[in-house]
Design a protein around this ligand. Structure first.
Ligand SMILES: Cc1cc2nc3c(=O)[nH]c(=O)nc-3n(C[C@H](O)[C@H](O)[C@H](O)COP(=O)(O)O)c2cc1C
Ligand code: SF4
Ligand code: FES
Length: 612
């Protein structure tokens, strides 16, 4: 990869300090070989590559995957985030502690979401995801250092049933038939669109126009129009350009990209390659979280097959054109999903988001124009190009365009990944997932992953689309519907979400680092004292406002949104309207705290002159 010397806010501070290629792959290699990073290995690496040891230490202290002490025989990771918490993670963790807490061989660690929210409470043994019932057997095998058990299926959960491939209105897709966004039938030759572009049958200039007409929006959270992004990168004169598929998916409740990677690697890579052709990039990357080992293996195999077929490499399809694709394994941390943090990581720095603008399309990897889309966005591209923008638009419902993958988890009968017309309602999706578990009544939903505000049962008929959800006071976000049955303590649920953001804050900016910690402490103390929504005082509101207005990236900006939404307050991600359960009028939302404490006596919502 080439290096650029440009100076931009957030990057110039270290300009020239750590030149040279990323050391992260070298650290991965040591850890893979030895299981950890012994000091002497780091010193040797530092000498070999002529880079200061403090640069290496800076990386290791940032990335949770790297460890500087030898591992125990068994690393037992248990997720404690929302979807798992709803399925009894706390009790499961307590039981595992009881059983293995004193066991010297076993290192039990509570971790953030590992992307197996459909198998909640999710557990991984030596990084291998297992369904909870199989954990003990795998622990015993690992303890005895027996040969590894057969690898789990890439999804670690049963493949989606035909119903999960159904669009709620009309179609059903039988087992073994492709998902509705896959234009290739069983046994049919894949990469047809790419071949057509490479052979000159399809004008590459048409790709962007079709994408723009289709109305496809980014599926990674922000919903930026894909065609506009491609056009912007294509218009940049600077060379070289890069393209990155963001497969870092790490938000609690979000696992649809995992399923797409496992089942549609050909679509993800074809979309990425088409993007490279359209914008003029020669190097493409799939940046994947390290917890997705089985899916990474699938992607690597597919890349090998592409190379063998002459569709990736230095001279694709005899055109003399270079389209190289590589995989970059994330060293850990939710924040790396943020596009500029991801780029910082790939360049070999601590994965802290940059100030934006400039955006990656102009100043991305190594300071060069970089096209970055999420897994799902790329996976939709081949069918849109093949069948046309109008066809894609018709796949949506109620005025929305196209198809959408959703991960559904929490209190539902059939957690899993569902592909439905964009604009389907939460009610339809919930029905596909078998309804609320145990036939219970619905308490609330989080329609777009951890960043999205909770909505009440009265919002079940809101179309799951960008604008409709924003108008309803939440957001489509990462396409993760988390379902909470009636009777769930919503404030405790929202505090669980806040803990995730606190744990995953990169610490670069004070409001997020300190604010998330402080807010979590306040709410945890309140819950421990038996408090409820009526006891939340103005400190939370002031912290939310400060974090929303002053944090560098989306993590800090929305971290307290879910909490405020369960208080019935319109803040957070959208600063829009409603609320799941209007527990009580805003004037009462601070009750309970003794006078004299910060915020006591002030009505919630008056902190910033807001409309609450
Ligand atoms: C804290 C944070 C985490 C994010 N995590 C992801 C992620 O895991 N995957 C993803 O595609 N986008 C993620 N994003 C959004 C990316 O920054 C970026 O907008 C996206 O990759 C662009 O692709 P798209 O236009 O196809 O959505 C995250 C954003 C933030 C602020
Ligand atoms: S808002 Fe939080 S996660 Fe984002 S840059 Fe600031 S400290 Fe890091
Ligand atoms: S695996 Fe536990 S919330 Fe995702």
């Amino acid at each position: 990869m080439a290096k650029a010397q440009a100076r931009v806010p957030g990057v110039e501070a270290r300009a020239g300090k750590f030149p040279g290629p990323s050391l992260i792959p070298a650290l991965h290699a040591i850890q893979e070989r030895l299981g950890w990073l012994p000091r002497e290995e780091l010193v040797t690496l530092s000498r070999d590559v002529h880079r200061p040891l403090y640069e290496i230490e800076g990386l290791i202290s940032f990335y949770p995957h790297f460890r500087t002490d030898p591992p125990g025989k068994v690393a037992l990771h248990v997720c404690h985030d929302l979807s798992c918490w709803l399925q009894g993670a706390d009790q499961r963790i307590a039981a595992l502690r009881e059983r293995y807490g004193e066991d010297a061989d076993i290192e039990l660690v509570e971790v953030s979401c590992i992307g197996r929210c459909d198998a909640a409470p999710a557990v991984a043994v030596n990084e291998r995801p297992v369904v909870a019932d199989e954990a003990d057997a795998l622990i015993d095998a690992a303890r005895a250092r027996q040969p590894a058990q057969p690898a789990p299926t890439p999804t670690a959960t049963p493949s989606p049933s035909p119903a999960t491939r159904a669009t709620p209105a009309t179609r059903a897709y039988g087992g073994g038939t492709p998902w509705p966004n896959d234009p290739y039938g069983a046994g049919q030759e894949r990469y047809g669109t790419l071949r057509a572009v490479l052979s000159g049958e399809l004008d590459p200039g048409r790709l962007i126009a079709i994408l723009q007409d289709s109305g496809l929006r980014g599926m990674g959270g922000a919903g930026f129009p894909a065609g506009r992004k491609w056009e912007l990168v294509a218009a940049q004169a600077a060379r070289p350009k890069y393209a990155i598929c963001n497969a870092d998916e790490s938000e609690p409740g979000t696992f649809k990209d995992r399923q797409i990677l496992a089942e549609q690697p050909h679509l993800v890579l074809e979309g990425l390659l088409l993007g490279m052709v359209a914008v003029g990039a020669e190097e493409g990357w799939v940046f994947i979280r390290h917890e997705y080992g089985p899916e990474e293996a699938v992607i690597r195999r597919e890349i090998e097959a592409l190379r063998a077929a002459g569709l990736a490499g230095d001279d694709v399809a005899g055109t003399g054109r270079r389209l190289s694709i590589e995989v970059f394994t994330s060293p850990g941390g939710y924040i790396l999903g943020e596009e500029s943090a991801l780029i910082e990581c790939m360049e070999g720095h601590r994965g802290e988001p940059r100030n934006k603008p400039p955006f990656p399309g102009i100043y991305g990897l190594w300071g060069q124009p970089t096209l970055m889309n999420s897994v799902e966005t790329f996976a939709h591209v081949p069918i849109i190009i093949q069948r046309g923008a109008d066809w894609w638009k018709q796949q949506g419902t109620g005025g929305s365009s196209g198809l959408k993958f959703f991960a559904v988890s929490g209190h539902v009968e059939r957690p899993g990944v569902y592909c439905v017309p964009l604009g389907s309602t939460a009610r339809q999706l919930l029905e596909l997932a078998g309804g609320v578990a145990g036939g219970r009544a619905l308490g609330a939903i989080q329609p777009g992953g951890a960043s999205s505000n909770f909505l009440g049962p009265d919002r079940l008929d809101v179309p799951l689309d960008f604008d409709a959800l924003a108008k309803a006071g939440s957001m489509l976000g990462s396409g993760a519907l988390v379902v909470l049955a009636e009777g769930t303590d919503l404030l405790a649920a929202a505090t669980n979400v806040l803990r995730f953001f606190r744990d995953e804050s990169c610490g670069k900016c004070v409001p997020c680092r300190v604010g998330s910690t402080k807010a979590h402490q306040i709410l945890s103390d309140l819950l421990a004292d038996g408090g409820g929504p009526g006891d939340v005082d103005g400190r939370i509101l002031r912290l939310e406002e400060t974090m929303r207005k002053t944090s560098i990236c989306g993590l800090g900006q929305v971290a307290l949104g879910p909490v405020l939404s369960v208080l019935g307050l319109p803040r957070g991600a959208t600063a829009a309207q409603p609320h799941p359960h209007p527990a009580q009028p805003p004037e009462q939302a601070h009750g309970g705290r003794p006078a004299g404490q910060p915020g006591a006596g002030r009505a919630a919502g008056q902190e910033n002159g807001d409309e609450a």
